[in-house]
Unconditional design. Structure first.
Length: 406
C-alpha cells in the first residue's frame, strides 16, 4: 500500500486542485499524483476512463503556463488509476493561466516540499507584537493547507528552514567594484528582516554640521526609507525562484534588488501612485497583521515622502525579472553638486550661504550690509534663494531671519 508524502498525492476523482498540485511539483522537485485512489492509498479507479483521461491531459495542457507537458508522463494503470508523474520544470515559475502570475496561481498555497519545519523566529516576532501564534491559528494564517495537515510554502518562508536568503554587499565607489564587506542573512524571513536591517543601520553613517552654535546631525539615509525598501523586497519578491535579495551599498546610494519584475499590467508609475497588486498576498497579510506594513501600496510613497526635500530623488528600475529601488545618500557629494547645479548659485548667493554657514542665520539688514545692496534688491535675492531651495524663511516682520535648508 502506498502512502501520501511530500512527493505523492492521492485524488479520488478529477478536480481543479490537480492543476495546483502539478504546478507545485513542477515548480519544485517533482512528484506523482494518483487519480482514482482514496486517501488511504486504495485503488478505486475512475469511471469513463477514456473521457476522464482526455480531460486530465487537455486540462493540464490548457490550464497551466508556461507549457508544462514536456515534464509530465501519464500512465493508465490496469486498475483504472491514472498515474501522473511530474518532473521538475525547466521554465519556472508555472502558474494557472486563469489566475495569472500571483499568489493564488503559484506559490503560497502550494504545500511545502519540506515538512519538518520549526518556527522559533516567527514565534518571537509574533510575541514581540502581541499577536497569537499557535497551531490553532495556522490554517487561518495560511501556514497549513485546507486539511490543516500539511505545511504550505508560506509556512516554509516563515520557518527557520527558509532556503531563500538576503545578501548585502558594501562597496567603496558608485561603480560597485571596490569591495569592502558583505553579509548573507538566512533563515526565517522575520530573522532576515531584523538582521539585515540591523546591518544596514551600521552602514548608515551620520554627518554632523553646525548652524551657529547648534550641532545638526543627518544620517546618510532616512531610517524609515531603509525599512520600507527592505520590507518591500522581502514581502513582494518572487519566491518561486531560488535567488537572493541583493542589497548594494556604496558612497552615493543604497540599492535593493528583488527577484520578480512587476506583475502584468503594472508600471513603475502605478507603484509610485500607490496602486499595488501583492504577489504574495498571504505573506503581506501576515506582515500587516504584525503592523510591519501599513497597507498595500503605501511603502513606496512613504519612501519618496522621506526624500521630498532632497535634491536627488529615489528611483525605481524594473526588468522582466527584477525590481530595484535605489535610495540616494543624502550626505553624498552627488547630492551637494546637484543642489549647486540646480540652484545656479551666484557669487552674492554664495556669500550669503557662507555667512549662514558660519553664523547659523542671517537677517534682512545683515544681507544689505554684507552685500552693500538696498532693501528691494535684498528682498528679491532672498526670495530667489528661497525659491531655489537654498534657504528657509523663519518668522516674519522684524523677527524674520533666513537659515540654510536641510
Amino acid at each position: 500500500m502506498k502512502f501520501e508524502t511530500e512527493n505523492i498525492e492521492f485524488k479520488l476523482q478529477v478536480t481543479d486542485e490537480i492543476y495546483k498540485e502539478v504546478i507545485a511539483f513542477a515548480n519544485t522537485d517533482g512528484g506523482t499524483i494518483y487519480i482514482g485512489t482514496d486517501d488511504n492509498g486504495n485503488a478505486v479507479g475512475i469511471d469513463n476512463v477514456d473521457e476522464t483521461y482526455t480531460r486530465i491531459t487537455n486540462g493540464i495542457r490548457d490550464a497551466i503556463h508556461p507549457d508544462v507537458t514536456m515534464c509530465i508522463k501519464y500512465t493508465l494503470q490496469d486498475n483504472k488509476v491514472v498515474k501522473i508523474t511530474v518532473g521538475e520544470g525547466s521554465y519556472k515559475p508555472y502558474y494557472l493561466k486563469s489566475k495569472g502570475l500571483k499568489s493564488s496561481g503559484v506559490f503560497e498555497d502550494m504545500r511545502s516540499m519540506e515538512q519538518n519545519l520549526f518556527f522559533h523566529a516567527a514565534e518571537k516576532m509574533f510575541e514581540k507584537y502581541n499577536v497569537e501564534f499557535s497551531a490553532e491559528k495556522y490554517r487561518a494564517l495560511g501556514i497549513t493547507d485546507d486539511s490543516n495537515s500539511l505545511y504550505t510554502n508560506l509556512a516554509l518562508l516563515l520557518s527557520d528552514q527558509c532556503m531563500h536568503t538576503t545578501k548585502v554587499a558594501v562597496f567603496g565607489n558608485d561603480f560597485n567594484t571596490e569591495f569592502r564587506d558583505s553579509k548573507e542573512f538566512t533563515g526565517s524571513v522575520f530573522g532576515q528582516l531584523e538582521d539585515t536591517f540591523g546591518y544596514l543601520m551600521l552602514c548608515n553613517k551620520t554627518v554632523a554640521t553646525f548652524k551657529g552654535l547648534e550641532r545638526v546631525e543627518r544620517s546618510d539615509y532616512p531610517q524609515e526609507a531603509i525599512r520600507e525598501a527592505l520590507l518591500n523586497a522581502i514581502v513582494h519578491r518572487d519566491y518561486s525562484f531560488s535567488g537572493s535579495i541583493i542589497i548594494n551599498v556604496n558612497d552615493n546610494e543604497m540599492e535593493f534588488i528583488s527577484i520578480g519584475g512587476l506583475l502584468s499590467g503594472l508600471s513603475p508609475d502605478d507603484i509610485c501612485s500607490g496602486i499595488s497588486q501583492p504577489r504574495n498576498k498571504k505573506l503581506a497579510e501576515v506582515f500587516h497583521r504584525l503592523h510591519l506594513i501599513e497597507s498595500y501600496g503605501t511603502g513606496i510613497r512613504r519612501i519618496y515622502n522621506f526624500y521630498k526635500n532632497c535634491a536627488i530623488q529615489p528611483r525605481i528600475e524594473v526588468t522582466a525579472n527584477t525590481f530595484k529601488i535605489v535610495l540616494p545618500n543624502m550626505n553624498s557629494n552627488n547630492v551637494k553638486e546637484t543642489i549647486n547645479t540646480a540652484a545656479a548659485i551666484t557669487p552674492q548667493m554664495q556669500t550669503v550661504l557662507d555667512f549662514i554657514e558660519e553664523n547659523g542665520q542671517i537677517t534682512d539688514s545683515e544681507v544689505q550690509e554684507l552685500l552693500e545692496i538696498k532693501n528691494t534688491r535684498a528682498y528679491t535675492l532672498m526670495k530667489k534663494m528661497e525659491k531655489d531651495g537654498l534657504i528657509v524663511i523663519v518668522g516674519r516682520g522684524s523677527s524674520k531671519k533666513y537659515v540654510k535648508k536641510d
